[in-house]
Design a protein around this ligand. Structure first.
Ligand code: NI
Length: 182
């Protein structure tokens, strides 16, 4: 093993893990919203020109295939959008976690062409971004409760989390293509 060999964490977290301790301020909102707005296009560009076999390649040993990564992003962001809407309309609602690994194994993630998920993501982000842009700064201080560890998360933190999440999965595909020379 050389000093430059990629570790599992490098492959799994190509842009690093999300930093929950990093403060998110009002000045960050426009950039973070722009990242979410750009995510469907970034994901579409990341998979452009890949063959069927390449789409079935795991982005890391033991990880998801490129196809599963693409289907996972709308799985996750449908939940994210719902969490924002719950947070905006209820007082610190407890949100429902989901088993992302099991969702990625369900038949739709195996059988549906990825274009369907890319279109879904595009439509979803149009509504989500419209909602985010209409939010007052005070709305971003509203919070949801995650039942795991009974953790309170502000909508500002969720905004930062899902901007990171978008870049995180695009990087899985971009880094795989770099390593494979695709
Ligand atoms: Ni994810």
């Amino acid at each position: 093993m050389t000093a430059t060999a990629a570790t599992t964490d490098d492959l799994r977290y190509p842009i690093g893990k999300f930093d929950w301790s990093a403060p998110v301020s009002e000045a960050d909102y426009p950039r973070l919203i722009a990242e979410i707005a750009g995510a469907p296009g970034a994901l579409r560009s990341a998979i452009a020109g890949l063959s069927r076999d390449q789409l079935e390649t795991r982005y890391r040993p033991g990880g998801w295939t490129v196809k599963q990564v693409v289907h996972h992003v709308p799985d996750s962001h449908l939940n994210a959008y719902t969490r924002f809407k719950l947070g905006l309309t209820e007082d610190e609602p407890t949100i429902k976690p989901y088993d992302e690994a099991k969702w990625a194994e369900l038949p739709d993630s195996q059988r549906v062409p990825i274009d369907v998920s890319l279109d879904l993501l595009e439509s979803l982000h149009q509504r989500w971004v419209a909602l985010l842009k209409a939010m007052d700064p005070a709305d971003f201080n509203r919070a949801i409760r995650h039942p795991e560890h009974n953790r309170i998360m502000t909508l500002a933190q969720l905004l930062a989390l899902y901007a990171w999440h978008s870049r995180h999965h695009v990087a899985h595909i971009v880094e795989l293509r770099k390593r494979e020379g695709w």
